[in-house]
Design a protein around this ligand. Structure first.
Ligand SMILES: Nc1ncnc2c1ncn2[C@@H]1O[C@H](COP(=O)(O)OP(=O)(O)O)[C@@H](O)[C@H]1O
Ligand SMILES: [Mg+2]
Length: 356
């Protein structure tokens, strides 16, 4: 992704949801009209993240950390870190969060063009308030800088020193205030190259801080990893973590139900045969077992289940969701949950009287 694609994404609203239908309208429609309605519903729903209390709370805390970091004097500032398990929804959440900031800076600009500005009199450049890069496996310090250059659509050739200087200059030229490094667990931090990578990260943070900006690291289980263990990084770290929804505590169950309640409010207008509580209460356990609390799997089950219910003119229940495929992660986790729930058939003395 480069800055132009990021801007386009940030400024383009998702496709509109079709208006809900009554049962009478629905039955007056042809098979083809119904199928295209369900397709439009699915496209529009899948394009928008579900509201999720866990993710919203982390986003609010990150906003508070960012607000505080932006008040610090120029120079090495607080680094924000977001750490959560694989597929817990980090990238989706942090992109929505950072794109909101992007929009607040560039409100009203057309999605097709990055607005220009004049960093110095006589010089005109694209405005790139937020840089978002996703690291490749085993990334070194120079790879990090090269990706920042690529994001700004600039060639990243030349010596290491040249790449670093060029990238820092690009941040200044494009007015970048927030650099988000996603999949930061891909940074190579072991051995001699690892030290150089960590130094590059610290250097980036200092230079960005000099420009009035803040660095955000996002990664799978970053907490406890090498990057965040570095004492100099730890000294200026605002760490945020979250996990999937859990249902083994009262608080956890309440949060899961709040997530499902919000989803229910969105879906119910499209489910004339369902009533309030059918999803948030009636299907809470079923949905958790099938997804082990991961929002991506839950939203897929709910949306595709709703499409199935609309297509067949039935209510949304477990039978509408049983055929919906979830990720392999969810499938594996479901098997583990079911195994643990299976009653143990304790072996007693055999009645058959076999001695050996
Ligand atoms: N709030 C949400 N609503 C619906 N789907 C979501 C939401 N958050 C994440 N997802 C989906 O879950 C899957 C994993 O999300 P992603 O953000 O890539 O996770 P991570 O970066 O933690 O690995 C993706 O398919 C994504 O579209
Ligand atoms: Mg990700």
């Amino acid at each position: 992704m480069d800055a132009a694609a990021w801007h386009m994404q940030a400024m383009t609203p998702p496709p509109e949801l079709p208006d809900p239908m009554t049962k009478a309208q629905w039955s007056a429609w042809s098979e083809t009209a119904r199928a295209s309605y369900v397709r439009a519903f699915r496209v529009a729903m899948r394009a928008r993240p579900f509201a999720s209390p866990i993710h919203e709370r982390v986003a609010e805390r990150m906003t508070a950390s960012l607000g505080s970091a932006l008040l610090e004097p120029a120079g090495a500032r607080t680094i924000l870190a977001l750490s959560a398990p694989f597929s817990a929804g980090k990238s989706t959440m942090v992109k929505a969060w950072a794109q909101h900031l992007h929009r607040s800076v560039l409100a009203g600009s057309a999605p097709e063009f990055l607005p220009r500005w004049n960093p110095t009199p006589g010089l005109s450049a694209d405005t790139v308030p937020v840089s978002y890069v996703t690291l490749l496996s085993d990334s070194r310090g120079t790879d990090l800088y090269a990706q920042l250059l690529n994001f700004a659509n600039k060639d990243a050739g030349g010596s290491v020193r040249a790449v670093v200087q060029f990238a820092i200059r690009a941040l200044k030229t494009h007015g970048t205030r927030l650099v988000v490094i996603d999949d930061a667990h891909m940074l190579r931090t072991t051995s001699v190259t690892g030290r150089a990578t960590l130094n590059a990260l610290k250097h980036l943070n200092t230079e960005l801080g000099e420009l009035g900006g803040v660095l955000v690291l996002v990664g799978a289980d970053l907490t406890g990893g090498d990057v965040l263990a570095d004492p100099q990084i730890r000294g200026r770290l605002a760490q945020h973590t979250f996990g999937p929804y859990e249902i083994d505590t009262d608080d956890g169950r309440r949060a899961w139900q709040r997530f499902l309640k919000a989803a229910e409010t969105t879906l119910l207008p499209y489910l004339p045969d369902n009533s309030p509580g059918d999803i948030a209460q009636g299907l809470a356990e079923y949905l958790w077992i099938r997804t082990t609390g991961f929002v991506g799997d839950a939203s897929r089950l709910l949306i595709d289940g709703t499409c199935h219910a609309m297509n067949t003119g039935q209510r949304l229940d477990r039978f509408a969701m049983d055929p919906v495929a979830v990720s392999q992660r969810a499938h594996d986790a479901q098997q583990r949950v079911e195994l643990l729930r299976r009653p143990l058939a304790l072996a007693g003395p055999s009645a058959g009287g076999e001695d050996e």
